[in-house]
Design a protein around this ligand. Structure first.
Ligand code: THU
Length: 132
């Protein structure tokens, strides 16, 4: 499937956000990614006492899709409780661009959402082509 099921992605991202482990920042995030098969994979942020070891929700969802053998990403939803919708961080942009440089992304808070295209969030991305 090519089109995203935004409602299902939103529900999944909001649901998994409840599992976030964020004792240091208190900023909980959920993410859900849909793959070509239609399957939805989720992730939440997982913080660590060694702060830099923290894993963002988006990379958790990405890892879950890859672990299931699914690499064709169709769309991603982020859910947070921030005042304004949070865009993915720089590290997550780079990780997502590895498999889907133009991934459509929506980010939701309770009252608002924003839409992005990964290629506009990370133009001129470094990718595998540069390694050849
Ligand atoms: N975080 C995410 O999980 N995704 C984002 O898009 C932004 C930031 C997490 C990392 C950290 O646990 C907390 O939010 C505050 O930065």
């Amino acid at each position: 499937m090519d089109h995203a099921d935004w409602d299902a992605l939103k529900r999944a991202a909001i649901e998994v956000r409840a599992n976030a482990y964020a004792p240091y920042s208190g900023f909980t995030v959920g993410a859900a990614v849909q793959t070509r098969s239609g399957a939805v994979f989720t992730g939440c942020n997982v913080e660590n006492a060694s702060y830099g070891a923290t894993i963002c929700a988006e990379r958790g969802a990405l890892a879950a899709a890859i672990a299931a053998g699914e690499r064709e990403l169709v769309a991603l939803v982020i859910a947070s409780g921030a005042k304004s919708p949070t865009p993915p961080c720089g590290i997550c942009r780079q990780c997502l661009a590895e498999l889907a440089p133009s991934l459509p992304i929506r980010s939701y808070t309770r009252d608002a959402h924003l839409e992005y295209d990964l290629s506009s969030l990370l133009p001129e991305a470094f990718g595998r082509d540069q390694l050849d």
